[in-house]
Design a protein around this ligand. Structure first.
Ligand SMILES: Cc1cc2nc3c(=O)[nH]c(=O)nc-3n(C[C@H](O)[C@H](O)[C@H](O)COP(=O)(O)OP(=O)(O)OC[C@H]3O[C@@H](n4cnc5c(N)ncnc54)[C@H](O)[C@@H]3O)c2cc1C
Length: 441
C-alpha cells in the first residue's frame, strides 16, 4: 500500500474525512485515509463508560442541520429526544435559585433578543457568512462586550455570560459576536430554537452508527495509528510522511485537522501566512464535557452556573432506576478533571448541593494532541480575517472539516458540509490536472 499512488490522500477519519472519502471514491478516485487514532470518528466517540455507551464528544443533531439530517435519512437511522427538563436551577448574582425551565428562559429572552438583534442584517444568507459588506463593523466585538453594552442587571448578565460560555465552551471574552449571530441566523433568528437544535435530539445508536454507515459506502483504503508529520508538494503531487517513517504519495491532499492542531504538520511549502496565523491564534473553545452518575436523583432538570465555576451547565440525560446520568460542560478544561469523582461532585454541588456522584467520565479534547479544542468557535475578528482564506485551496491541498464550514461550523453538520464542498473542489482540481497533462502529451 505504501508505494501505491493515490489520487487523494485524506488526513483524518472524522466526519469530514470519511464523508470526503465516500464522495470521492464513489466518483472512481483512488483514496487513502491516514488517521492518527485507532478508530473512526475524531471528535465524536462512543465509549463504554458508567456501564453504558456514552458520547464523549459530538452528540446532538437536528433537522435544522440539513447535511447531517440527510445522512441520517439516507442510512435510515433513528433519532431520539433527550429528556425534556421539568425543573431549572441557576446561580447568578451570588444566589442559587430554582424554577421551571420556562421561567429561566423568560429571564433570558429580552437580553438574547438584544444580543442577536442585527443577525438578519449581517447574515441574510446563513450558509454564505461573508455576504454582508458591513461585517467588519461588528466582527471586532466579543460576546462579552456586546453583553456589557446591553446594560443588564447582575443576575441576567451572569446568566447571559453562562449561556454563551456554554455555547462557546469557553469564556465570552474571546467569543466573537459574529459567531453567535451565525448560530442564530441558522436557527431562524430564534435563540430558544437555537438551543433546541444544539442539544435536544441524538442518534439512537450513537454517532458511531452514522460514521460507520458513511464509511461502509466509501471504497477507500484506511490506515489507523498513522500520525502525519509532513506534507510536501512534489512535481507529481504530494508526499506525506508519518511519524513512523512511512511515506505515501497522492495527486492531492485533503487535511481535516482541527485549526488548533493544524500547525502540528510541517507543510512544504508552508501554508499561506494567513492560514498559519489563524492556526497559531486558535479558536475560542477550551472547555470540557463530563458525564456523572448520581445516586437517587433522576428528575429531568437543567442547571446553569457562573462562567468562573468549573461546571457552568448540566442536565439529566439518562435514568437508571433511582439513579440519574448527568451530562454537562465547563468553560475551562484546566479547571475540571472529568474522571475525578471528587472534582465532579464538588463542582456539581455548587449548582445543586445534595448531589452524590457515584461515577464520572469525560475526555480532555483540549489536551488531546489530535484535536486541541472541543467544538470550534470563532473569536472576534476571525470570521473576516480568516474564513475565506482557510477555505482557499493551495495547489491541490485542501482544508476540510467542521472548523472551516460555512453553516453549522463547529457541528457534525459543518464537517459534512465542508466535506461536500471540498470533495467537489478536489474533483474539479484533479480533472483540470488531467486535462493539462493530456494537452502537454
Ligand atoms: C465535547 C464535544 C461536544 C460536541 N458536541 C456536539 C454536538 O452535540 N453536536 C454536533 O453536531 N457537534 C458537536 N461537537 C462537534 C463535532 O464533534 C465536531 O465538529 C465534528 O465531529 C468535527 O469533525 P471533523 O471531521 O471536522 O474533525 P475531527 O473529528 O476532529 O477529525 C479530524 C481527524 O484528524 C485526525 N488527526 C489529527 N491530527 C492528525 C495527524 N497529524 N495525522 C493523522 N490524523 C490526524 C484526528 O484524530 C481526527 O480523527 C462536539 C465536539 C466536542 C469535542
Amino acid at each position: 500500500m505504501a508505494n501505491e499512488n493515490y489520487d487523494i490522500l485524506i488526513i483524518g477519519a472524522g466526519f469530514a474525512g470519511v464523508t470526503a472519502a465516500r464522495e470521492l471514491s464513489q466518483k472512481g478516485y483512488r483514496v487513502l485515509i491516514l488517521e492518527a487514532r485507532d478508530r473512526l470518528g475524531g471528535r465524536t466517540w462512543c465509549d463504554q463508560k458508567l456501564g453504558r455507551t456514552l458520547e464523549m464528544g459530538g452528540t446532538w443533531v437536528h433537522w435544522f442541520q440539513p447535511h447531517v439530517w440527510s445522512e441520517i435519512t439516507r442510512y435510515g437511522l433513528e433519532v431520539i429526544p433527550s429528556p425534556e427538563p421539568k425543573k431549572a436551577y441557576w446561580t447568578a448574582n451570588g444566589q442559587g435559585k430554582e424554577g421551571t425551565p420556562e421561567q429561566l428562559f423568560d429571564l433570558l429572552d429580552e437580553a438574547n433578543q438584544g444580543l442577536l438583534a442585527d443577525t438578519r442584517k449581517y447574515f441574510p444568507l446563513p450558509y454564505e457568512p461573508l455576504t454582508s459588506k458591513e461585517l467588519k463593523n461588528i466582527d471586532h466585538l466579543t460576546v462579552s462586550e456586546k453583553i456589557e453594552q446591553l446594560g443588564l442587571n447582575k443576575e441576567i448578565k451572569d446568566l447571559m455570560e453562562s449561556l454563551w460560555a456554554l455555547n462557546f465552551n469557553g469564556p465570552t471574552e474571546r467569543a466573537g459576536i459574529t459567531q453567535a449571530m451565525r448560530w442564530a441566523a441558522l436557527s431562524d433568528n430564534n435563540w430558544q430554537l437555537m438551543l433546541e437544535i444544539c442539544a435536544s435530539f441524538k442518534i439512537a445508536k450513537g454517532t458511531k452508527a452514522l460514521i460507520e454507515s458513511i464509511f461502509s459506502d466509501a471504497k477507500a483504503d484506511i490506515l489507523y495509528s498513522k500520525v502525519v508529520s509532513q506534507v510536501e508538494k512534489t512535481a507529481d503531487g504530494f508526499t506525506i510522511k508519518t511519524k513512523d517513517d512511512k511515506q505515501f504519495n497522492g495527486k492531492s491532499v485533503i487535511t481535516t485537522l482541527p485549526i488548533n492542531v493544524l500547525n502540528s504538520i510541517d507543510f512544504k511549502p508552508s501554508l499561506s501566512a494567513v492560514k498559519c496565523k489563524a492556526a497559531k491564534e486558535g479558536q475560542a473553545s477550551k472547555g470540557i464535557k463530563f458525564w456523572a452518575k448520581v445516586k437517587n436523583f433522576a428528575n429531568p432538570f437543567v442547571a446553569f452556573a457562573p462562567v468562573d465555576y468549573p461546571i457552568n451547565y448540566a442536565h439529566l440525560e439518562y435514568v437508571e432506576g433511582k439513579d440519574g446520568i448527568i451530562v454537562g460542560f465547563g468553560p475551562d478544561a484546566a479547571k475540571l478533571n472529568p474522571e475525578s469523582i471528587y472534582e465532579v461532585e464538588q463542582a456539581l454541588r455548587q449548582m445543586k448541593p445534595d448531589l452524590e456522584v457515584i461515577e464520572s467520565a469525560g475526555h480532555d479534547w483540549v489536551g488531546d494532541k489530535f484535536s486541541g479544542e472541543t467544538w470550534p468557535m470563532q473569536c472576534n475578528n476571525q470570521l473576516t480575517n480568516y474564513l475565506f482564506e482557510l477555505q482557499n485551496p493551495e495547489d491541490g491541498l485542501f482544508l476540510a472539516g467542521s472548523d472551516y464550514a460555512n453553516g453549522w461550523a463547529g457541528f457534525i453538520d459543518g464537517a459534512i458540509e465542508s466535506a461536500f464542498t471540498v470533495s467537489r473542489k478536489t474533483a474539479d482540481y484533479l480533472k483540470e490536472q488531467s486535462t493539462k497533462q493530456r494537452t502537454i502529451q
